[in-house]
Each structure stands twice: as structure tokens, then as C-alpha cells.
Design a protein around this ligand. Sequence first.
Ligand SMILES: Nc1ncnc2c1ncn2[C@@H]1O[C@H](COP(=O)(O)OP(=O)(O)OP(=O)(O)O)[C@@H](O)[C@H]1O
Length: 334
Amino acid sequence: MRALAEAADGVGSGAGYIELVGVEKVFDVRRRTGFLKRERRRVRAVDGLSFSVARGEMVGYIGPNGAGKSTTIKMLTGILTPSGGRLRVAGIDPSRERTRLARRIGVVFGQRTTLWWDLPLIDSYRLMHRMYRIPDARYRENLDRCVELLQLEELLDVPVRQLSLGQRMRGDIAAALLHDPEVLYLDEPTIGLDVVSKAKVRGFLRDLNAERGTTVLLTTHDLQDIEQLCSRVMVIDHGRLMYDGPLAGLHEAGESERTLVVDLERELPPVVVEAPARVVRVEGPRQWLAFPASASAAGLVARIAAEYPLVDLSVREPDIESVIAKMYAERSSA
Ligand SMILES: Nc1ncnc2c1ncn2[C@@H]1O[C@H](COP(=O)(O)OP(=O)(O)OP(=O)(O)O)[C@@H](O)[C@H]1O
């Protein structure tokens, strides 16, 4: 729980590439409450946030809906101006020098495309080439690399609106990288993607970080994104940093569990396994077993396969909301 306490104290790890000290964002919201009545309400979306990310780090930024993640990302790009505190990216104050910063950052919003909907993919890239004034040689090198690694060759002449979600996402990631950004903000980059597309996107991001040292801040609801990409995760809720440390520590803090789903040949009584693993649901030949997220599923699977007529199985990760809910439960009972 050391990381939790440090996060709560707002202790940073020194000067970083991305640096926030006591950052706040307050929205004034007016709401109609009657015929002529309006109520003014202040929403504290980000509330005294302090953290520091070193150059080349790949950090997961997670939290429940409405926690303040998008607001933070918008402040980091300069779209929103903080109400208080100090914020720097590569030494630049984003809201004051948004254009200068734009040349050094890339942004991908999973739910929204930055590509031109009616144009073939390659035309969007050509427009970005000019908009960002990317030197020709650099543009070609980056485009070739993205086309190869994200497998875009066949898609370049296809209008964006005809692309599948996974194809469009790969197209968007390439668009964010054409100008060689030093830092990449990714907001739900794998949302709605199938398993194969997710693996492609994750593999590409891992290589990008390893080869180019790109700093990545990744917002996601998919814990597997974090597990496979980030050695560090920050949890935000109600605009405050609740945890800053390795994912394993978050699982410990939340005592979270994964679920092993087994399909047996026929309907059977609940399988017998060693605690803390246990059967939590049985439906016909399908059974659900909960086991600690920090433990390996291999032993459990081997035991069931040896003793029961196993047909199929899958492992489900805990969702972020339940990990965070358990983390709170543990904190409040400590
Ligand atoms: N422009 C705005 N005007 C008023 N309130 C806003 C505005 N933008 C965000 N908020 C409020 O600020 C809080 C944080 O919102 P934010 O979008 O940053 O959360 P989030 O963590 O990104 O959530 P999600 O996972 O649902 O995208 C919410 O209560 C939201 O309603």
C-alpha cells in the first residue's frame, strides 16, 4: 500500500517528461431545474493531481467512468486549460503553447477518428504531411514503417468510412505517428476490437516504445492492455490519484480475481478445486471458477483437465471497475 499512500500525499518522483503538480480542473455547469430556475454547480473533474512520467515510460491511466481521465488528457494536449496547479509536457505549458506542443505529441481517441471520413486513408496522411509540415524524407520513412508494421498496404486506397473498426484504429495510430511524436496519448485504443486486432495494436505499441523510446500514456478499460504493455499503472477516481505503481500491486491492493470458464462434456456437480479457487457459477455443462488474479491459471487448468472431461476453456480478466471497487473496500476496512 506504499504506492497508495504516496499517491494520496501527492509525492512525485522528481522532474519528469510529463509533470503535474497539484493540477485542478473545475467546470461550471448550469442545469435547468424548473421553469425559470437554473442551478449552478461546480464539477471538480480533476482535483489536485500530481504525478510525473519519465521519458520513454509506458504508463496505464485507468479509473471508473467520469473519474477525470479524458479531462487530464485534454489538459495534457492543451485543449483544456487547468483551473489550478502546474502542468508541463517536454518542458512546455500545453495550454499556452498548444501549437508548439502539437508537433511533439500524438493523440489517438478510440471512440473518435482524426481521419477524413470520406477520403481514402492515404489522402488523410497526405493532408497531415502538409498540415504538420513533416519533411518529405521523414514522412515517407514513417509512413512506410507504419504501413508495414500495421499492415495497412491493402487499405491505403479505401475510404475511411469503409474500414472495419480494427482497420480504422490501425489507420488512426499511423496518423498519430507520422510526425514522429515523442509522446503518445492513447484513449481506449483497443475498444471494440477483436482478439487478433488487439494483439496487432498491442504488438505495434510495444515495439514503438522499445525501438523509438516513445513515451506512452494509455487510458483503457481493458486490464490486458495494461498487463501486456505497462509496467506502471496510475488509478484516478474523483479527479484524484488513488494508486501509482505496478499492476501486480493493484491486484494485491484490490485482492482481485480472474475467472476460469470451463466447458465440460456434460452437466456435472461443481468441480472440486483447492481454495482459494472456487466454483462461483454453474450453467449446464459450463462452470465459472474464481481464482486470485496474481496466481497462474496453469495449475488449476491442469488439475481440471486431469480429473474432468474438459472440452474448452477461457480465462477472463477482472474488469477495472471491480478491481478498483475492491481496492476501496480494502482501504476503508484497513
Ligand atoms: N466540458 C465539461 N463540462 C462539464 N463537466 C464536464 C466536462 N467534461 C467533463 N466533465 C465532468 O468531469 C468529470 C470527469 O469527466 P472525464 O470525461 O474526464 O472522465 P473520464 O474518466 O474520462 O470518464 P470516461 O471513462 O467515462 O470517459 C465528469 O463528472 C464529467 O461529467
